[in-house]
Every structure is written in C-alpha cells, then in structure tokens.
Ligand binder design. Structure first.
Ligand code: IVH
Length: 705
C-alpha cells in the first residue's frame, strides 16, 4: 500500500492511522523486549515512529493517551505515577551477630517491661523488592513499589500480570493493603537470561536485578513475559484488623490466596530464633530463590503496636542477615580451559573470598565478549566496563549455580592495567582458536591433537549416558591419559587396557598404589561388559559437537545398525544421496549433519572411531514407539517450570510414549506443555494456535494423573 502524504490525510484517516501505529509500535516494542524475535527492523520502526509524530504534529488533538511518541527509546517513558503510601513502608534494622539477637530481645523486654513468655515469628528475608497491593472491596485497585517509603511508584498494571497476586479476594476487609516481596526464582532467572542472551538482549547480574528490572517496566506486556513471583509477609492500611498475632495474620493472607513463606515458624527465645536461623541457612542453597537473612517479628500484634517505630524501622522486628552472596575480591588471573568441543572458557582465579558462607576462588567469565563488556550482538553489558587482571570484581553466587564475576569496580583499577587479550591460539596445543560466525565462543581447531580436547572427550566417553564404565570415571581417565606405562589416549585404548597391562610385567596395574588385584579385575570386567553397546549410546559417546543424547537416539533409530550409519555418514557430501538422507531425518538439521559428517571426514577422528568400533559389538537399535499412546507421533514442547518432574524426566517419558520433544515452538508443534513462568514459547504457541496445556493436564493425558 502506498502511504498517503500526511498533509493529505483527513481527520478520520489520521485517527485510524494513529490507532494502528500505536498498535503496531507497541507490538514491535513487545516483540523486541520480550525477546520473541523482533518483527520489524530498527529502520522500519524509526520510520513508523516518525510518521506517527508527523501525524500528531498536524492533528495535535488526536494525540492518543498511549501515544508511541511518549515511549522513549527502549520503551521506557518518563516515569511511573507517584503513589503516597497511607501507611509508610519501612525497612528493617539489621543484625549480623548472634549477640545482636540477644540485644534485640532484651531491648524489647525492657521497653515493654515484660518478663513473661515472648513469642516471635522467624521467616526468610526474601531478596527481591517490596510491593504494596491495595484491595478495596476485595478488588486489587493499586500496586506500588516502596520508593522512599513515603511515596512509591504506581506499578498496578505490572502487578496484575503476576500470577501469585490475586486480582480479587473474598471475605477481605473493605480496605486491605498487602505487602510483600516480588522476586524471581533461580531457574526462571537462568532461563530468562538464556532467552535474553539468545535474542541479543540485556542480561541481568542476579535474580533481584532481574525482578526489579522486570517489575519496573512502563510497558506491562514486558512484565507479563517475565516470570515474577510474590510472597506476602506484611500489611499496610486496613479497615479492620486481620488477627491478633503475626502468625494468624499471615495465615489469613494465605487464606486470601497469597503465597506466604512455608519456612515461617514461631520461636519463643533467642536460642530458638538462632536454631531456626541456622536451619534456614542450611536450606538456603536448595530453596530455588535468593534470601539474604531471616526476619524476626514479635508475634503479638498488641505488643507490636505498643513497641511502634523508630524513624525508619519498627522496634518489633529485625533482619538477621546471612553473610552476603555477593562479595568483592581481586581478580588474580584468568585461566583458559579447553572443553570437549574445543571451546575456550575463561575462568577467573580470585583471591579467595567468602560468598554466602562458601569460599570462592574460581568463577566463570563466560566468554571473551563478556570480559570485554559486550554481549554477543556487540551491545554493552555492565555499562560497557571490561574486566582486567588485577581489577576488583564482584563475585555472585546463588544456590548451586557456578559463581560468576558480575561487576567490576573501576575506581579501584590499577594504573597501567591492560585490557585482557583473549588468546587466539589454543593454550593447550597451540592450534589456532577461531570464532565461527554467530558463535560467542572461540574454539581450538586442534581436534584430537589437542590434549585438553582429547581428555575431555574421554571423560565424556565414559560418562553416565555414554559407556558408563564402573570404576573408570573422569578422575581415572585423567590418570590413564598421562600414564607412561599404560596410556589411554583414545576410547579404543580403553578396550586394549587389559591386554597391554598383561604385557607390563612388574609394572602391572595390580601392583600399583591405589589399585589391588580385586579392583583391577573388577575394572577389566566392567570394561569387557561394555564391549557390547547399543548404537545410540555409541553415537552419543563419540562426543560429536551438536550430537547430544536425543540426536544420538534419532540417528540410531533411523539407521538401526552401525554399518548403515557409517555408510551414510561416511559417504555424505555436497548434497549427494547420502547427505540428502541425513537431512531427511526428522530431528537432524544442517548444523548437526555437517558436524557429524565433518567428524567422519577428519582423518584422525575417523581413525579413532574405526579403531574403537572394531573392538566393539554394536547392538542395533530397534525403534518400538508405543503407537497406541495418545502422544505417539506428536511433537511436544515443554516450557516454564515443571513441578512434578524434571525436564529430563518429562522428555524421556514423552519419548518413551513415541512423542518427539522439540526445544522450540513452530508450526510443526502439536502440543505445548506450559508450567509457571512460561514466556515467549507460550505466546508463540498462542499465536500459532498450538494447543497448550499445563503439567497436570499433560500427566492426565499420558495416563499418570
Ligand atoms: S517485614 C515493617 N518480612 O526487607 C517491616 N520484610 O530490609 C516490613 N523483606 O523493605 C518488612 N523479606 O522489602 C519483612 N519476610 C520479610 C521480608 C522483608 C524481605 C524486605 C522488605 C523490606 C526489607 C528491609
């Protein structure tokens, strides 16, 4: 359609066009920020915005309340409306030492002149951001951030997108302000960051920042795509009291439909507070979300009222903090580790520092772009600050996540420091290390010549899902790899181990420290047992890049026998019939096919494979899909958090029932199983009209409800 010049538009046409521009631009913002692939180019976006501005300039009275002109740059406009809090939102006094808790309790007793029994609630201090929700007549009417405690920001539209926040509640006081913490779980944080990174968007340093950044979005559709959660733990303005104790009041919040923390307990002495503190601290790593301490509150609300407030904190509560999970320390060096597929991974060597009770001396630096302060698309991270050896860096640790370097303190940077020069040759074997287009990772091109790749390949070869040889794990593989008398350099060497050992006379394994006659006999028997191996395990064990367990199964099912697999892969080239056959397999894409063919064409790799296979009996894979299962032949995608099973388990079971499990939603998807926190995939499914069900419906479908 040819666009009409703005000066020729009638008023009605202008109104219509402003409406459609507002819709298109807000869609574009959403597509961009929620990280579904942007649907229009930056240039198109700019052109549409200019046209919108031109029409508004000619018809100022037609400017819409939701005008795209008021959305600045990244979709963040001037600011949020202000909300004065009717009851101030306070913060908490902090305690760090056990003795501070004795003091806290003593102070309260003195203040109240109370020597009888005194109860407290003790509950985790959630590391998120606080939010006040106002309900009038049971309806959510307003949500506000804490702000300066007196005046917060109006984030009502955003809060309405959070599943843990009820829109309406029954049997509530006419006016009820519920207060609590918005936070993001570790799992959701990790997948959000992965999605952001994949789409070239902004990644967050920790779940708290991610939660804050997600809640404080002017465009609530962005918040809607973010997996935020909410724990209620307090209240503000009330038209009638909730209860006479803190614990009973929390129970009422639970009854209203709020999530309240299950680790909340009543304690009746400083000693029992400390016991609960330690027990929460012990569970901290497994909670799945960040907490930074335990909050103690006087249980009796009458006593709370008597105790009242100091200028910014209540006298009746205190936050007993954990040692921080963030810490600053010096970056002593950067080591480069070379992985199985040749990836060069930078590892920070740190001056040891305690982070959340654990001593950390190593942390990941991800890749060379991360060190340079760039994301994979060249955008800035950490405001573009690079990381240098000698810098003071912030180390972040959450749960069982590998610690990472999150930030750098430029004010402490040493004079004469130099930006980190990421190696262009492999530090292990000297082969060139190259970055393929679109890959954020630099890789060693040495293949099996590279000792680091070779040993990592061996570790993979013996791993649980591959050959799984009892008594031959990563540690033993490393020992044998460097062993002068009984070296294991390739997988085939594992199957000649016994034979070679027998020829070693006095240097035989059974005579060595750490090995006895029995353990050697056992080891050799375990190796012998794995001479017969199913084709899918063998293919996976080869450790070919892009060929994971699922791909190995797909290939094995298609070819059934090693001979058929080898014939096709060995002959595939330049679009010939063998290449076409590979590509025709459902689940095999060009990247994977190329990777498999390249492995078979590389002389050294091919020799290693042939040497191995000639020592094995490869068991054919016969594919018996449960044809009668309701999901047989269906393509299923799982997204969001599954609560009754792990992702791996869900996938394995779906596959056992003959379903194909895919990683992303497309027109070929038959079914999306969406748990809490489902984001862009659920939207894509809705767009494509793909049937979407929750985990329970899935279990019912496969007959396991
Ligand atoms: S009670 C009047 N309970 O910690 C006291 N606060 O450092 C109201 N927080 O601003 C707060 N978990 O954002 C309370 N279980 C909990 C909490 C908690 C996290 C936050 C809250 C508060 C800050 C004070």
């Amino acid at each position: 359609m040819v666009e009409k010049a703005v000066e020729h538009l009638s008023e009605a046409e202008a109104r219509d066009e402003l409406a459609s521009l507002s819709r298109v631009l807000s869609e574009a913002n959403k597509a961009y920020h929620t990280l579904d692939a942007p649907e229009i180019s930056d240039a198109e976006y700019d052109a549409l915005k200019r046209r919108n501005a031109a029409i508004e300039a000619r018809f100022p009275t037609l400017k819409r309340a939701d005008s795209p002109s008021d959305v600045v740059g990244a979709g963040v406009a001037d600011g949020f409306g202000k909300v004065p809090h009717r009851v101030r939102m306070l913060s908490l006094e902090n305690a760090f030492e056990d003795s501070d808790i004795d003091d806290f309790v003593d102070r309260i007793r003195k203040y109240l002149n109370h020597s009888g029994p005194l109860e407290f609630t003790a509950e985790p201090k959630i590391d998120g951001l606080s939010l006040s929700l106002r309900y009038e007549g049971g309806q959510l009417v307003q949500a506000a951030t804490r702000g300066d405690g007196e005046v917060g920001e109006n984030v009502t539209a955003n809060a309405r997108t959070i599943r843990d926040i009820p829109q309406a509640i029954e049997n509530a006081p006419g006016v009820l302000e519920v207060r609590g913490e918005v936070y993001m779980s570790h799992a959701d944080f990790a997948s959000l960051n992965a999605r952001q990174a994949a789409a070239g968007g902004k990644t967050f340093a920790n779940p708290r920042n991610a939660a804050a950044g997600s809640l404080r979005q002017l465009d609530a559709t962005i918040t809607a795509g973010r997996p935020l959660r909410f724990f209620a733990y307090a209240w503000g303005d009330l038209s009638s009291p909730l209860a006479s104790t803190q614990m009973a009041a929390i129970q009422r919040l639970t009854d209203f439909g709020f999530q309240t923390n299950p680790l909340t307990e009543i304690c009746d002495s400083p000693a029992s507070l400390l016991t609960h503190y330690r027990s929460i601290e012990q569970r901290r790593a497994n909670l799945g979300y960040d907490i930074d301490g335990v909050v103690y509150k006087v249980n009796d609300l009458g006593l709370q009222a008597r105790l009242g407030f100091r200028s910014t904190t209540p006298r009746w509560a205190i936050a007993h903090k954990f040692p921080a999970e963030l810490a600053w320390t010096e970056l002593l060096d950067v080591d480069i580790q070379v992985g199985r597929t040749g990836a060069l991974s930078p590892v920070a060597r740190l001056r040891p520092v305690t982070v959340g009770g654990v001593v950390v001396s190593n942390a990941t630096l991800h890749n060379e772009d991360y060190i340079a302060g760039r994301d994979s698309k060249g955008g800035e991270i950490r405001g573009g600050k690079d990381i240098r050896i000698g810098d003071w860096v912030q180390v972040y640790r959450a749960g069982d996540v590998i610690p990472k370097v999150a930030d750098v303190d430029l004010s402490r940077r040493k004079d004469g420091s130099q930006s980190f020069d990421f190696p262009k040759i492999c530090p292990e074997c000297g082969s060139p290390a190259v970055r393929e287009e679109g890959d954020s990772v630099r890789r060693c091109t040495g293949g099996l010549i590279c000792p680091a790749q070779a040993v990592e390949r061996l570790k993979h070869f013996v791993s649980r899902s591959a050959f799984d040889i009892e008594g031959l794990g990563a540690k033993q593989v490393e020992l044998f790899f460097n062993d002068a008398d009984l070296p294991v350099k390739t997988p085939a060497d594992i199957f000649t181990l016994a034979e070679r050992d027998a020829a070693n006379g006095l240097k035989r394994l059974k005579n060595r420290d750490g090995f006895g006659e029995t353990s050697v006999t056992k080891l050799f028997a375990a190796i012998e047992a794995k001479r017969s191996i199913p084709l899918d395990r063998l293919i996976f064990a080869l450790g070919i890049r892009h060929v994971g367990e699922v791909a190995a199964q797909v290939l094995a099912r298609h070819f059934s026998t090693w001979e058929a697999f080898e014939a096709t892969v060995g002959n595939a080239q330049d679009g010939n019939a063998a290449w076409q056959e590979l590509l025709s397999i459902d689940g095999v894409g060009r990247t994977m096919a190329q990777s498999v063919v390249a492995a078979f064409q590389n002389e050294q790799e091919r020799r290693a494979i042939d040497d191995l296979v000639q020592r094995l009996r490869v068991l054919p894979v016969i594919w018996t899909a449960a044809k009668e299962s309701p999901v047989a032949g269906k393509t299923v995608v799982f997204t969001g958090t599954l609560e009754k099973m792990t992702r791996a388990e869900a996938k394995a079971r779906a596959e056992a029932l003959g379903a194909k499990v895919a990683g992303s939603v497309s027109a070929k998807t038959d079914l999306l199983v969406a748990g809490p926190g489902a984001g862009s995939k659920a939207k894509e499914a809705a767009r494509l009209g793909v049937e979407t069900i929750d985990e329970d419906a899935w279990l019912a479908l496969i007959g396991d409800a």
